[in-house]
Design a protein. Structure first.
Lengths: 160, 160
DNA sequence: CCATTACGTTTACAGTTGTAAACTTTAGAA
DNA sequence: TTCTAAAGTTTACAACTGTAAACGTAATGG
């Protein structure tokens, strides 16, 4: 499993069909995506082509057509994408974001129980290091005196 | 706050500087991003230009230069992006993903406590509806039938 | 007042993405 | 065996991204 993926939104639609069925023909992928997004065969073909050339899909020939499979794992792939996004903010703010996600995600009792257990086993640290580049996070404003040379900015309101 | 954002990775770097300082000059943004990513003034100018034309940044003239500000909120913006990504998988699988994120996110005791509280107040539902288009999720294969393995994900076969 | 400077605006250009038509190959039908 | 339709491959093309040079303009130091 690669370190970094780059599967576009449209490509992801194709992947989902393959993930859902284990293996699919282009015909089936087209049927689903034509229904869901109104895409033409051509469009789906292009996407399949791009995915196979990136080696995210594999084509096995069977008589007249190809059967597509993938070795990528769906949740795993999404984790990679999520991590990319989470890298956009200060690691200190991530727990808040998770709280938000937990709040807004519909779940059943078992899900909640599972999360509770994860939380109970969760090891905490004394301090989460800020991983931001100086000037991209307020955590750094109190680190030194070499602050920015321009003028009045801040408002160091939040911190979380 | 808009429903949907589209801030590219490079643009996000600029936004972070503005978010961190409340308001910045292009000089300061350039200084930070030249340090962090080696970007030239030109590059930063382009990004600032794109962001202002999308109205994500506002330019207020002050003597010779502009001062940039934003009305976007950083965590809020990230939430929007995250929600986009989470839409890529079946809503029934999201709790598992959250568990993974909770596990891997470094946090302090307070963070954990906060999450615990959120979880304790979390309302659960009897069943989380699958929001996938048929053919893109295995949930649909047993729509009416017996529970068996209810809403966890399991391996499947494929139809055709 | 003029050249220099600092900043903003236009233009550039290749790579990616969304969307699809046109073309080619080939397995099966006649 | 030749024709045809399905499946795959090439080409297309505009919008968006990453990255930046070139250009225009206004303030500033002489």
């Amino acid at each position: 499993m690669p370190e970094t993926l780059n599967i576009s939104d449209a490509e992801w639609e194709v992947m989902r069909v393959v993930w859902a069925s284990g293996e699919s023909t282009s015909q089936e992928i087209t049927r689903v995506l034509n229904g869901k997004r109104g895409w033409s065969q051509s469009t789906v073909k292009t996407l399949i082509g791009r995915l196979t050339s990136k080696n995210y899909l594999h084509a096995r020939k069977e008589s007249r057509h190809f059967i597509y499979t993938t070795h990528l794992d769906e949740p795993e792939s999404l984790k990679l994408e999520l991590e990319g996004l989470l890298g956009r903010i200060c690691s200190r703010k991530i727990p808040n974001l998770l709280a938000y996600l937990v709040e807004k995600t519909p779940m059943i009792a078992q899900d909640r129980a599972m999360l509770e257990e994860v939380l109970q086993n969760k090891q905490v640290v004394a301090e989460v290091p800020c991983d931001c580049y100086p000037g991209q996070c307020t955590c750094h404003l109190h680190a030194s005196g070499t602050i920015l040379s321009d003028q009045s900015h801040e408002e160091i309101t939040h911190e979380n």
